[in-house]
Design a protein. Structure first.
Length: 534
């Protein structure tokens, strides 16, 4: 346990700081992943701690590999999927919280459990909704403290546990070693570990999307480089957990509703939290104080967070835009996840299939959302592609490509001209930034490196989608469009004319930034006259 807490503390600090490609740079707390518990128990039963260690180390490569080429999955892991997963987390956790709400020393429902839980919820909710700004920051702690005081009158607070614990102690560390003999037990258990690693990575992506949505005063585009960094820390944490022979950790979503509750998203809070985890390893008395908090109080506090977390997920889905396809994906995935979590659909079959992994509503609903996304993508309109140099000289080639695309799609001259204008302004915007970055830099042997541009065009219902895939850039085009002033002087208008025209011509612009590539997706709405039949 102590090794797990120390690793969670160290990786929390790493998550917050962000060194290069490692870390999200946001307030995300790491903790032990419950999704791994069942497969870890099987590994311990089959081969002991040594087999568990090697399986955890191997599975730690999954989030690292996914983060390295996350851009390949950008059509699958969309904000719609992320928001649905976030909405399903409260559904998944609520059965456990329900059991904890009624927990008492004798295992029966007690008046003390009800009162302490009610006081906790009332204090946290009251301070959050009506309390002064300074007290609002401490609402969770004050609520838990008030509930603990009530619980102590009914004997719920475990004082004996605190009194038995030492003030300071050096934890004993025993290394389990590695089972390098990869026998049949390893190969039988490996698929389960890899599948859980993929599911946990999906939750990390969703958590990182959510924390970015609420961490800024003004809405910003999701930075996928931050998501890549968060997944890398997940892999590093799992690798360290394997070396220590403990259950792997993952990025927790609890910091998301806490930020929403308190309005505090400073990275310093994450650093303090991570450092506190590490210090707790050497202070058993303080550690026992935290563990002594009665289950009903902890559950009541957590239910408030889950309620806010559900709203955050709903907000992500709405902000991404709800057309009929996305609405169906969200509705179907949520309903399947809810039904499987509460064993409303084929409970006997689901409990045996894939080791019961799909009894988890978040896992089942998330995979349904991904599969529906894939199905819609595979059965959609044909995609047309071209590759050229990221240079203004490629404008004629792009115009010819978009003209052919408009002709094949059956659009009229007005729509063809609109696509032509969007292609031109997008290219000028991308090349203008490229020229700014290269200005003043010395050219290698007097020649510039040829940077490529891939353009993908496809029809959709009511218009077209143009996808520009380029080398990584500095500024986010989506954020620049959102912050363009309504009135500017003559000089700034000349510099921003392409952005302004692009904002006027396109119905939406989305810029996804990855470490290895940038993807700018532009939607162009067709006029009624331009809309082809069928």
């Amino acid at each position: 346990m102590f090794a797990s807490v120390a690793i969670c503390g160290a990786t929390t600090m790493l998550q917050v700081l962000r060194f290069g490609r490692i870390g999200s740079g946001h307030l995300l707390v790491m903790g032990t992943s419950a999704a791994y518990i069942s497969v870890c128990i099987e590994a311990l039963a089959a081969g002991g701690p040594a087999l568990l260690a090697v399986l955890v180390v191997v599975s730690s490569l999954v989030p690292i590999a996914l983060s390295w080429r996350l851009s390949l999955f950008q059509r699958i892991l969309t904000p719609t999927v992320a928001g649905t997963v976030i909405m399903l987390i409260p559904v998944t956790v609520m059965p456990v919280m329900g059991d904890m709400l009624s927990a008492a020393p004798d295992g029966r429902m007690s008046t003390g459990a009800v009162l302490s839980a009610a006081v906790t919820v009332a204090v946290i909710s009251g301070l959050t909704l009506k309390g002064p700004a300074k007290l609002r920051l401490w609402a969770p702690i004050i609520g838990v403290a008030a509930g603990s005081v009530i619980g102590s009158f009914f004997g719920l607070f475990d004082v004996a546990r605190i009194s038995r614990a030492d003030w300071f102690n050096l934890p004993e560390f025993l290394w389990p070693g590695f089972n390098v003999d990869l026998g049949s037990e390893f190969w039988v258990l490996l698929p389960g570990f890899l599948l859980v690693a993929v599911v946990v990575s999906l939750r990390t992506i969703s958590s990182c999307v959510a924390v970015q949505r609420i961490s800024w005063r003004q809405s910003r585009a999701v930075d996928f480089r931050s998501i890549q960094g968060a997944m890398t820390v997940d892999g590093v944490g799992s690798f360290l957990s394997g070396l220590a022979g403990t259950v792997p950790g993952t990025t927790y979503t609890t910091s998301v509703p806490l930020i929403e509750l308190t309005g505090v998203a400073a990275r310093a809070v994450g650093l303090f939290t991570g450092a506190a985890f590490v210090v707790l390893v050497f202070l058993p008395k303080v550690f026992a104080l935290v563990l002594a908090i009665p289950d009903p109080i902890f559950a009541a506090y957590f239910i408030v967070l889950l309620a806010m977390l559900f709203v955050v997920g709903l907000r992500i889905v709405i902000q991404d835009g709800l057309d009929k396809n996305k609405s169906f994906i969200v509705g179907a995935a949520f309903l399947v996840g809810f039904s499987l979590q509460f064993e409303l659909i084929y409970p006997e079959f689901v409990s045996q299939f894939a080791g019961g992994l799909f009894r988890n509503g978040m896992t089942a609903g998330g995979l349904v959302a991904i599969l529906l996304n894939l199905a819609l993508s595979a059965t959609g309109f044909r995609r047309y592609r071209m590759e050229t140099a990221l240079d203004r000289s490629a404008l004629a080639e792009i115009r010819s490509f978009l003209g052919d695309f408009a002709s094949r799609s059956g659009w009229d001259a007005a729509m063809a001209e609109r696509l032509d204008a969007v292609g031109e302004e997008a290219l000028l915007t991308l090349t203008h930034q490229e020229e700014q970055e290269e200005q003043g830099a010395q050219e290698d042997q007097g020649s510039r490196l040829r940077k490529s541009l891939r353009l993908v065009a496809t029809r959709e219902e009511g218009g077209a989608v143009l996808e520009f895939v380029v080398t990584p850039r500095g500024e986010n085009l989506q954020d620049r469009l959102a912050t363009l002033p309504d009135e500017s002087n003559e000089t700034s208008i000349e510099q921003e004319v392409s952005l302004r025209l692009l904002r006027h011509l396109a119905s939406s612009v989305r810029h996804q930034q990855y470490h290895d590539t940038d993807i700018v997706t532009i939607r162009v709405k067709a006029t009624v006259a331009a809309n082809p039949a069928g």
